[in-house]
Design a binder for this molecule. Structure first.
Ligand SMILES: CSC[C@@H](O)[C@@H](O)C(=O)COP(=O)(O)O
Length: 389
């Protein structure tokens, strides 16, 4: 049955929707260990900055709940938790949500260490504290996304004076919806909220080569929710703005974030930077939707962001459901096909960095952050200066 729920969790059990099989097949994998989670994240069966962090945090909660930790002292218990989280941190490097979640979980585990408590009560207190903190990350993410949707829709409504009789169209890139989060989504959450408030005229989504998160996942979410939408290839955005901006009242490009650094430079899916340049040229607002869990105040500028580079085959091969001669899609049969000479050299960075000056607003669950009179973003409005996880 088609569903938009990427993560299903109950204490001791975690199921993750295999996004590589979407939109044709809906199959959940059981993720019971840190190794399972590492593999699921690295292979992109689950992806999207918040979803990666949630799956890593919960997978370790499941293994702890199921008695995986053999430690007999509080120190050993904490060391064990930290080593499993350090292992998970290496699964994908660019999105900061996972590192932020790990800092929070480590803090929760350490804070529950009680002097004078004997084994096994001391160990249980630490494990329970970890499990509760991981479950809170899941619950908070959904809450945050709903707030981002409201703040983002309100900001755009204000910019354009949008009303149900003068609706706004927007373009989005990659997948930032329910499938990339615990639900509702970030940038796609803003689109959902605009639609729910009858302020959305039309959503455009890019294909998002090479991994096609836009055509495989965002299209699926938009169709599933009956949101008026059109899919374009990444290379068509300029033509769309030039030819249809005025007629369709295209007001914004709305994207998610994998890491927003101190000056506002934002790493997001490859192709985001090109869209920001195009948006600026056409006088279209460029909006980043990012929960505060995607903010990294320890990195000053985008130059300090580690960009993941992925396999050549993601560009030179493609897989999908088989289309029969009569045009029907056979969802039971998938095939991988080569779409380039397999000997060609390939450069495949998964993300790029959009400089802060091309960004008009960064919408968090605590409100929209815009540049001050000095042209700089100030995150102290949503995060205190000394904020740390
Ligand atoms: C709410 S998801 C925000 C970003 O993580 C998203 O835009 C993106 O770049 C995802 O990349 P992916 O490689 O699919 O994990």
């Amino acid at each position: 049955m088609a569903t938009l729920q990427a993560i299903k969790y109950s204490r001791g059990k975690l199921l993750v929707l295999d996004q590589l099989r979407l939109p044709h097949e809906h199959h959940y994998d059981e993720v019971s260990t840190a190794e399972d989670a590492f593999d699921c994240i690295r292979s992109m069966r689950v992806r999207g900055a918040p979803a990666i962090a949630i799956v890593a945090a919960l997978a370790h909660a499941v293994e702890l709940y199921n008695g995986d930790c053999k430690a007999t002292t509080p120190e050993e218990t904490i060391a064990y938790i930290e080593s499993r989280l350090e292992f998970l941190k290496e699964s994908r490097p660019t999105a900061v949500d996972l590192s932020n979640a790990i800092s929070l979980l480590t803090l929760a585990a350490r804070a529950s260490k009680r002097e004078g408590l004997a084994h096994p009560a001391a160990k249980d207190a630490i494990l329970n504290s970890y499990i509760e903190a991981a479950e809170t990350i899941l619950a908070k993410d959904l809450e945050n996304n709903t707030l981002i949707g409201s703040f983002g829709a309100a900001w755009l409504q204000q910019q354009y004076g949008a009303t149900p009789s003068r609706q706004l169209s927007v373009l989005t890139h990659c997948n930032t919806g329910s499938l990339a989060t615990s639900g509702h989504g970030t940038a796609l959450g803003i689109i959902r909220t605009l639609h729910a408030q009858s302020l959305l005229r039309h959503a455009y989504c890019t294909e998002t080569r090479p991994y096609n998160q836009g055509s495989r996942l965002t299209s699926f979410e938009l169709v599933f929710e009956n949101i008026p939408a059109t899919l374009i290839a990444d290379s068509m955005a300029g033509a769309l703005f030039a030819q249809h901006r005025a007629r369709m009242n295209i007001g914004a490009v709305v994207v998610g974030a994998d890491r927003v650094v101190r000056n506002g430079d934002t790493a997001n899916k490859i192709g985001t930077y090109a869209l920001a340049v195009l948006a600026r040229h056409h006088g279209i607002k460029f909006v980043v939707a990012a929960p505060t869990t995607s903010i990294d105040l320890d990195t000053e500028t985008g130059a300090g962001i580690r960009i993941e580079e992925r396999r050549a085959e993601e560009l030179t091969q493609i897989s999908g459901a088989v289309v029969a001669a009569d045009g029907t899609v056979d969802t039971t049969r998938t095939a991988k096909v080569a779409i380039a000479d397999q000997r060609i050299a390939v450069w495949n960075p998964a993300f790029d960095v959009t400089p802060y000056d091309l960004i008009d607003a960064i919408v968090t669950e605590r409100g929209a952050v815009v540049k001050g009179p000095d042209g700089k973003f100030d995150f102290s409005l949503v995060l205190p200066e000394r904020w740390r996880w």
